[in-house]
Design a protein. Structure first.
Length: 179
């Protein structure tokens, strides 16, 4: 965001996250980050990233994970916000999705990620959310398999506001970043 504000002084934006875009959200904010897939007829949208899940853990714990079936030996950490992510990944890896029904649940992915980094178990997270931690070696992806769906994360805004300078400038900036 720093790059945007450096080139657009005096512009304030409000971004929210919602489960489904409706006109009500735009009464209070400029953009909504929405998970799903278009079409949304009354809204412009920019794909930020596709849905891609992978298990992650602390480097020390990863040494005991040679194949996906080894997950049975460790706590599976969950984000309560996305309760089906483990089942989706396990199914796509050819394992019984019921294996993913047990383990500690955290209110959000950030807390599940922190627990994984501390060695508490293996978390299932969005690849885009953990890329920096993976690059720094704070977290490790013990398996190459990534589960994908046709959903994605989109920056959504009302078509009725597309001619506003701040809306247009931010859309242009985020499109460059997303590429």
């Amino acid at each position: 965001m720093e790059g945007f504000f450096a080139h657009n002084p005096g512009i304030d934006l409000e971004v929210a996250t919602v489960a489904s875009p409706t006109d009500n959200e735009y009464a209070h904010c400029d953009f909504v980050v929405h998970f799903g897939k278009p079409p949304w007829p009354d809204f412009d949208h920019i794909l930020l990233f596709q849905d891609a899940l992978l298990p992650v853990c602390a480097p020390k714990l990863a040494k005991s994970l040679r194949k996906p079936d080894d997950l049975r030996k460790h706590p599976l950490l969950h984000s309560a916000f996305w309760p089906d992510n483990w089942a989706m990944w396990l199914r796509s890896a050819g394992l019984d999705p019921a294996l993913g029904s047990k383990g500690p649940k955290f209110p959000n992915a950030l807390l599940a990620s922190e627990a994984a980094a501390s060695g508490a178990g293996v978390a299932i997270l969005q690849k885009a959310y953990v890329e920096a931690d993976l690059a720094q070696g704070r977290l490790v992806a013990p398996f190459k398999h990534v589960a994908t769906s046709d959903n994605g994360y989109y920056l959504v805004s009302s078509k009725h506001r597309r001619d506003e300078r701040k809306i247009r400038n931010f859309q242009d900036w985020i499109e460059k970043l997303a590429r």
